[in-house]
Design a protein around this ligand. Structure first.
Ligand code: SF4
Length: 239
C-alpha cells in the first residue's frame, strides 16, 4: 500500500476544487492529483462541511462570502474590478455582523497607524478599545532574553511584547471582533492562541517592506532571488 500523500494544494496545476462549470453541474473528482485533500482526506472535509450546518457558523460564513462578493465591481464582458481596501471591508463586514465594539491589538511600532485606524473606525460609529503590545511593562529578561539580545542595547530597559495580555484584555472587554495590527511573527501566534473573541487581521508586521510581506514574492526572480535558497526548485505555474 502506498503512503498517503500530504495535502499540497500549492503544487496543484488542476484546480478541480473550482472547476469552470455551470451552477447545478457536479464537479468531477475522478482525476484528482495524488496529493489532493479531496482524494486523501474526504472524511476531514466532510466533517468540516458539517460545521456550516450550525446556524451561527452558517450565518458568519454567509456574511463573509457576501463581503467577498461585494469586493468586486462587475464590468461588461465578464470582467471584474476589485473595489474596496481592506479597511473598508473591515468596516463593512463588522456592520454586516452587527458588531459594535472592536478591539485593536497593535504593535508599538505601528502606534501612528493604530491611532489613525481608531479615528476611522470611531468615525464610522464603532466603539474601539486598543491595546499596545508592550502592555504590562514587563522586562524582556523575564522570558529569558539576555541583555545582549535587547534591540535597544544591553544597558537599557526593554519591555517584552505581551500578546497574551493583549488577548486577555480584549477577552475581558468582550469585544465583538479583535483586529490585529502589525504584530510580529510569533507574537501574533500567541495572540491568536489566547484570544477567545473572533479575530481578523488588518495588517501583519514586515519591517522591511512597509508591512507588505508579499512584495518579496513579486520580485523573487530578481531582487529577492536569494530567498529561493540554494535548491533553485522551480514549480510549474498553478491552475
Ligand atoms: S484540486 Fe483543489 S483541493 Fe485538490 S489539490 Fe488542487 S487545489 Fe488542492
Amino acid at each position: 500500500m502506498t503512503a498517503r500523500k500530504s495535502p499540497s494544494c500549492a503544487l496543484c496545476v488542476r484546480g478541480d476544487c473550482h472547476p469552470p462549470i455551470k451552477a447545478g453541474e457536479t464537479p468531477q473528482k475522478d482525476k484528482l492529483a495524488a496529493f489532493c485533500p479531496m482524494k486523501n482526506v474526504p472524511e476531514v472535509i466532510e466533517k468540516a462541511v458539517a460545521e456550516y450546518a450550525k446556524p451561527e457558523v452558517k450565518e458568519f460564513a454567509r456574511q463573509a462570502s457576501k463581503q467577498e462578493f461585494e469586493g468586486y465591481e462587475q464590468l461588461p464582458g465578464g470582467l471584474r474590478k476589485p473595489k474596496n481596501p481592506r479597511i473598508l471591508e473591515l468596516i463593512q463586514f463588522a456592520r454586516k455582523c452587527g458588531y459594535k465594539k472592536l478591539g485593536l491589538a497593535f504593535c508599538v511600532g505601528l502606534r501612528n497607524e493604530a491611532r489613525t485606524l481608531t479615528e476611522i473606525l470611531e468615525n464610522h460609529g464603532f466603539e474601539v478599545v486598543s491595546v499596545c503590545c508592550k502592555v504590562g511593562a514587563i522586562a524582556k529578561e523575564s522570558i529569558g532574553i539576555k541583555p545582549e539580545e535587547k534591540i535597544g542595547g544591553a544597558e537599557n530597559w526593554e519591555s517584552m511584547c505581551n500578546p497574551i495580555a493583549q488577548a486577555e484584555i480584549l477577552n475581558s472587554e468582550k469585544v465583538d471582533l479583535a483586529v490585529l495590527l502589525g504584530l510580529c511573527v510569533g507574537h501574533d501566534t500567541l495572540f491568536i492562541r489566547y484570544c477567545q473573541r473572533p479575530v481578523t487581521v488588518i495588517a501583519v508586521k514586515d519591517r522591511v517592506t512597509g508591512h507588505n510581506p508579499l512584495a518579496p514574492l513579486y520580485t523573487s526572480s530578481t531582487y529577492y532571488a536569494y530567498l529561493m535558497g540554494k535548491g533553485k526548485k522551480k514549480l510549474p505555474p498553478p491552475f
